[in-house]
Design a protein around this ligand. Structure first.
Ligand SMILES: *[C@@H]1O[C@H](CO)[C@@H](O)[C@H](O)[C@H]1NC(C)=O
Ligand SMILES: *[C@@H]1O[C@H](CO)[C@@H](O)[C@H](O)[C@H]1NC(C)=O
Length: 429
């Protein structure tokens, strides 16, 4: 008991009066929050200005919020429930320390140390579990209404853990299915649904948009229906509690509406991952898939050698354009629910130079299979057959609904004559 009391007192003394006050301020309640999304050209990662207007990298597979901290910052004590949540998902190869045991150098102190993970540099660090101020705008789905700040649980990270992140970003906002990821923290602070809509912008398109708390979401031009209420399809979210990322299940993949024959019988696990720029497929699926696309493209002029890392590149002047991008065979992901996620040219062909566009799917590398895409605890997770990367999600609205346990998707928004960069970020008048 005495020890517990000491622990509480010592953790309180680390809270400055200013931050302690912030912990009980602003949240207005009830309204979803909107944030702008920037695509970083150099890293092809997506950021949002969530921490004191400074960007955090959005990570669909990340279980925590983390960023660098000021030297003086509040910290949680090591028996706090938040500390247990922070330790629910350990980065690969990371020691299980920092929860429930006194500090090594001071037996009377017990600060919660968390282990934030940088998936881009594939490195973990240690830092205090602290409180950070998250700021975004409340929204009616059409415009930002007013800024809202709340205090979130976040891990401090050493500055060196920022390696590989876009210039200027100060950490990572995990969006996964865990108690300390951003969607769950917004849901409890704002009293909104555990649901978020993600609309990643394409290269050179301007800002994308995310709404935490669900819809509605209206994109310009004015007068269009709520995109979250007119989805092309939904499918159940799959996965297990030990792996916090998002998984869906597919019955097969088709190219030009012919199913690709893969050796694996039964469903294919598909992960969604904003950490990688292009979709990767397990070698046993990739080889027949790319062969099928090559065959379906018969007659089109291949460029040899192709531009690495891609395998199929074409003279883009000869491809022909449609509203949905280059006129190439469509790729269908036939989902468990019966819905089909169709990938058109706008999400399958990447322009690598003025005259060259490449088929933007890559073969999964062996090393990447260990937690690199954020299935976290590699041992706990089957290796997905497909990991959908950023490029294939761009200009598609995705609704991650943890309450219904389902993923909703709009299909390529070009088909509705809009894009993810058409949210009206002007404050409502
Ligand atoms: C809120 O919206 C206004 C208007 O678009 C914008 O200037 C401001 O940066 C937004 N605040 C945050 C925290 O995103
Ligand atoms: C964007 O929203 C503002 C504020 O409601 C409005 O005045 C403006 O007309 C909207 N822009 C467009 C293009 O609809």
């Amino acid at each position: 008991m005495a020890q517990l009391l000491l622990a509480v007192v010592s953790s309180l003394s680390l809270l400055s009066p200013r931050t302690a006050a912030a912990a009980t301020s602003t949240a207005s309640g009830g309204k979803p929050l909107v944030t702008a999304i920037t695509r970083d050209a150099a890293t092809k990662l997506y950021t949002a200005p969530l921490k004191d207007a400074l960007p955090l990298v959005l990570d669909l597979s990340g279980p925590l919020l983390w960023s660098t901290c000021a030297a003086a910052h509040p910290s949680y004590e090591c028996h706090h429930a938040a500390c247990a949540h922070a330790h629910a998902h350990h980065p690969p190869g990371c020691p299980r320390t920092g929860h429930g045991v006194p500090d090594e150098d001071d037996p009377f102190r017990c600060r919660c140390r968390a282990h934030p993970y940088n998936p881009f540099a594939r490195r973990a660090g240690s830092g205090d579990l602290t409180r950070a101020r998250v700021t975004a705008n409340a929204t009616d789905g059409a415009n930002p209404l007013a800024e809202v700040s709340f205090t979130a649980v976040a891990a401090c990270a050493p500055r060196t853990l920022l390696a590989g992140l876009p210039a200027g970003s100060v950490g990572v906002a995990g969006l996964a299915r865990s108690k300390l990821a951003l969607p769950a923290q917004v849901a409890s602070k704002q009293k909104v649904a555990r649901r978020f809509a993600l609309c990643l912008p394409g290269a050179g398109n301007g800002l994308g948009v995310a709404i935490f708390g669900g819809g509605p979401l209206f994109l310009l031009p004015p007068g269009r229906p709520d995109v979250t209420a007119s989805l092309a399809g939904t499918t159940p979210l799959r996965g297990n509690a030990r792996v916090p990322g998002y998984f869906i299940s597919a019955k097969g993949i088709a190219v030009n509406q012919a199913q690709v024959q893969v050796p694996q019988l039964g469903p294919l696990a598909v992960a969604l991952c904003s950490r990688i720029p292009y979709t990767v497929l397990r070698p046993d699926v990739y080889v027949p898939f790319i062969r099928a696309f090559d065959l379906a493209m018969a007659g089109r002029k291949r460029e040899t050698p192709p531009t690495p890392p891609f395998e199929l590149c074409y003279d883009s002047r000869e491809l022909g354009s449609t509203r949905l991008g280059y006129a190439v065979p469509q790729v269908d992901l036939m989902l468990e629910s019966g819905a089909t996620w169709t990938v058109f040219g706008g999400n399958s062909m990447v322009q690598v130079s003025d005259d060259t566009a490449c088929f933007a799917f890559l073969e999964m590398k062996e090393e990447k299979q260990e937690g690199g895409h954020g299935y976290g605890d590699a041992a706990a997770a089957p290796v997905p057959a497909v990991v959908i990367g950023g490029f294939q999600m761009e200009n598609n609205l995705l609704v991650f609904d943890q309450e219904k346990g389902q993923l909703g998707f709009s299909g390529l928004l070009f088909g509705r004559q809009t894009t993810c960069s058409n949210f009206n970020f002007t404050l409502a008048d």
